[in-house]
Design a protein around this ligand. Structure first.
Ligand SMILES: Cc1cc2nc3c(=O)[nH]c(=O)nc-3n(C[C@H](O)[C@H](O)[C@H](O)COP(=O)(O)OP(=O)(O)OC[C@H]3O[C@@H](n4cnc5c(N)ncnc54)[C@H](O)[C@@H]3O)c2cc1C
Length: 494
């Protein structure tokens, strides 16, 4: 058995950032990864999906030329997208650059599946590592596959097969109309696939404002996609004939398509991690953490596995807090010290392989000596990269009412703003703000539009810094920007 300072299990965006930062800070760190260093985000998630979406949006913009700038004809070709995903995003699903980066930071890399076999010992393929200071679990999530009759016998896609596709299918059924399903559905549709989205809830993007999902469904339908909400999938079957055909029974009706994408959420695998050694029940869905990401004596967790938001920016945010907290522990892992002044990595950003496996920059390159505050998710931003983009922060209107807040709501439709009207084709969207009228500050906002995720930035500042609405309404908003719609929404508060 080897004794080291820190063992990190899972090297996705969260684990890679913690492991790299701690190794760079001089600790003896072992990083264990079962698949690819960088995790889901650069290989099968954020980065390649946004490359697909960027290309798909170019096609859509080309299609908007008639009536505004002459004539156009677009001839979609998925080959450059597949090539870019291989060459630029994933190195053909090879993580050597990311492994080398970690080793150059001073870490020791072990490929394999790690699990706790005692309170401070991780075992990987028969090799054991005792941690003096900390063990960090950052094992993320996988696509959840629902127990639909017949499904498991078919060659269905999850996000991984969809991202690895070398051509767009002729037809595609997407089961699950959340962020991942909606993004990929629209992207493949723009590359010529006949797409049907099947969602069990009564609207797409069920975690967002109801009007957001309704607007996205309208846009999808206007682009020729079929949207079935409130739809239960009863059974799936597959036949090899003629290049393959899925039959999906939805509310008793049979739909067919060449490919089937299952995008019904993500699952964790806490049971396989041996965390019962530190009191975490094997049937827990997520690893319970406190606001410093601490789980138990010497044990920490960051990223999707904590259940605080399945986003790379959450994993990176938590990584900064956990790193600072671990650096503040005693050399034998005691959590006596405060992380204040501990030289943590507040503000470290995702320059890791979560942006690209090739990226030379590491999360630790932007490390600062400022210690972060405890984790606070009240101004957590979320962006679904459909066109229009759906950005949101903080509470929805329903969540604010359920929390017992006395609220005022304001809304501005993007097509009615100066910039939205000028933009014309592709200008669908709205900005909605929710004010806690007791404090006079925003507690939530939604920004949908051509650059909805970028406009969201100003709203995140407002919610995070609790900027008084009176201050926001006294600000000058540049004319004619999309973000100027925030002022219209604030003026509509009632
Ligand atoms: C299609 C898609 C699009 C997405 N788009 C975005 C987006 O635009 N923006 C955004 O913020 N987020 C996006 N996400 C979510 C983002 O990818 C995740 O939130 C992020 O990857 C979580 O990071 P993580 O470090 O928690 O875990 P992961 O990235 O899941 O990494 C965990 C790693 O741990 C490894 N592992 C698991 N168990 C073990 C074990 N026992 N031993 C060793 N290794 C183990 C796994 O192999 C994996 O590499 C997207 C996800 C998908 C699927």
């Amino acid at each position: 058995m080897k004794t080291v300072d820190v063992v990190v299990v899972g090297m996705g965006p969260g684990g890679e950032a913690v492991a790299g930062s701690l190794a760079k800070a001089g600790l003896d760190v072992v990083g264990i990864e079962a698949e690819l260093v960088g995790g889901e985000c650069p290989y099968w998630g954020c980065v390649p999906s946004k490359m697909m979406i960027r290309a798909a949006n170019l096609l859509a913009e080309g299609g908007r030329i008639p009536g505004m700038a002459g004539a156009s004809s677009v001839d979609p070709d998925f080959a450059p997208v597949a090539e870019r995903i291989r060459a630029e995003a994933t190195d053909n699903w090879d993580d050597q650059v990311a492994v080398d980066r970690f080793v150059e930071q001073g870490g020791t890399f072990v490929r394999g599946k790690g699990r706790l076999v005692d309170t401070d010992i991780v075992e990987v393929d028969g090799e054991q590592f005792r941690a003096r200071r900390a063990i960090v679990f950052a094992t993320g999530t996988r696509a959840a596959v629902p127990p639909i009759s017949g499904l498991s016998d078919t060659p269905f896609w999850t996000n991984r097969e969809a991202i690895s596709a070398t051509e767009a299918p002729e037809s595609l059924i997407v089961v699950g109309g959340g962020a991942i399903g909606s993004e990929l559905a629209q992207a493949f549709s723009r590359f010529g696939a006949d797409v049907t989205v099947v969602e069990g809830a009564d609207r797409l993007l069920p975690y967002e404002e109801p009007a957001a999902g309704e607007l996205i469904a309208d846009v999808f339908e206007s682009e020729g996609m079929v949207v079935r909400t409130g739809a239960a999938v009863d059974a799936v079957s597959y036949s090899d004939d003629g290049g393959g055909r899925f039959t999906v029974t939805v509310n008793g009706e049979e739909l067919t398509a060449q490919k089937l994408l299952i995008a019904t959420g993500r699952r964790t695998d806490v049971a396989s991690l041996g965390l019962d050694h530190v009191g975490v029940p094997a049937d827990a869905r997520f690893i319970p953490v406190d606001d410093r990401l601490h789980v138990a004596q010497k044990v920490w967790a960051v990223g999707d596995i904590t259940g605080k938001g399945a986003f790379t920016h959450v994993a990176m945010y938590q990584a900064g807090i956990a790193t600072a907290a671990i650096l503040a522990t005693d050399s034998d892992g005691g959590v006596g010290g405060s992380s204040d002044g501990a030289g943590g990595v507040a503000g470290s950003d995702s320059g890791t392989s979560s942006e690209s496996t090739r990226s030379e920059e590491s999360a630790t390159d932007s490390a600062s000596s400022v210690s972060p505050a405890p984790a606070d998710y009240s101004s957590l931003p979320r962006v679904t990269f459909t066109d229009p983009e759906v950005g949101s922060v903080g509470m929805t209107e329903e969540q604010a009412r359920d929390a017992g807040l006395d609220i005022r709501v304001g809304r501005a439709d993007v097509p009615s703003t100066a910039r939205g009207w000028i933009h014309k084709a592709g200008n669908e969207g709205f900005i909605q703000v929710i004010e806690d009228s007791t404090t006079g500050t925003l507690v939530g906002a939604t920004s949908i539009g051509p650059v909805g995720g970028e406009v969201l930035g100003a709203l995140v500042v407002a919610v995070h810094a609790k900027v008084p609405v009176a201050t926001l309404t006294s600000m000058i908003y540049a004319y004619p920007t999309f973000h100027r719609g925030i002022e219209d929404a604030l003026n509509d508060l009632s």
